[in-house]
Design a protein around this ligand. Sequence first.
Ligand SMILES: NC(=O)c1ccc[n+]([C@@H]2O[C@H](COP(=O)([O-])OP(=O)(O)OC[C@H]3O[C@@H](n4cnc5c(N)ncnc54)[C@H](O)[C@@H]3O)[C@@H](O)[C@H]2O)c1
Length: 261
Amino acid sequence: MITGASGLLGYKHAEVIAAAGGLPVLADLPAAEPEAKAEELRTAYGVQALGCATDITKGDQVKSLLATVLDRFGTVDILINNAANNPKVEGSSDAAWSRLENLPLDVWEADLAVGLTGAFLCSQVIGSEMARRNKGVILNVASDLAVIAPDQRLYRQDGVPEDLQPAKPVTYSVVKTALLGLTRYLATYWADSGVRVNAISPGGIYSGQPEDFVTRLSALIPLSRMARVDEYKGAVLFMCSDASSYMTGANVVIDGGRSCW
Ligand SMILES: NC(=O)c1ccc[n+]([C@@H]2O[C@H](COP(=O)([O-])OP(=O)(O)OC[C@H]3O[C@@H](n4cnc5c(N)ncnc54)[C@H](O)[C@@H]3O)[C@@H](O)[C@H]2O)c1
């Protein structure tokens, strides 16, 4: 079960599960059309993918998601907490809202609701079902910004006054760092219940960002480039399968070396 599965990385996680012979469940907001993405996957991989329109910030919707999946497949083995708000401030000269001093409370609340409360609710509802069956894996998708602070120089725009310069919102750091706490908590809480809980911390994926941003970011990365979107697939397969059977409570950082500089 993958949350935010219609997005850039979420769909890649679904491809990993499909290619490994699993039955991917794509959960995302109705507007992101998870059923259409599931159809894409069924066509490409010939698997029984299921798309479920779900707002993971709503406990009752997460409960119905579980009920639908149990009804259809009888079990749930893997949860990938992938959904998060990740507003793009790079290349924007109109993102003064993103600065700490200006960040609207509703943005703070919305970002925490999706990235953190959503991961909690999915873990609570779906993880408890796994624990009941004594088998399961949860993978939380954090970020390199779970282990380092954002370098705000990356987002600077020429000609924009200091107090209006865009910034990576504080919510991103807070949500991603908190996910590592959630990972460790759940890993130990369910250690005796057959549920392993880990995190991955991906670095930035190239998806057409402005050239000057890409150049600046690449200079902070020992491998001198952003990630390709498919470069996390191996890690996701490893962490969602029995290949990682002796691993729980861990955070695997895959960031081209950025956090070691
Ligand atoms: N893209 C990157 O460079 C990058 C780098 C590191 C970590 N990450 C993390 O990877 C994950 C996926 O990122 P992405 O780039 O694919 O983002 P994305 O914006 O493409 O996808 C996020 C998905 O989450 C969905 N979503 C939002 N609110 C939701 C809700 N309430 N209920 C259900 N679904 C909801 C959105 O509709 C969207 O499809 C995020 O956690 C992100 O922080 C991304």
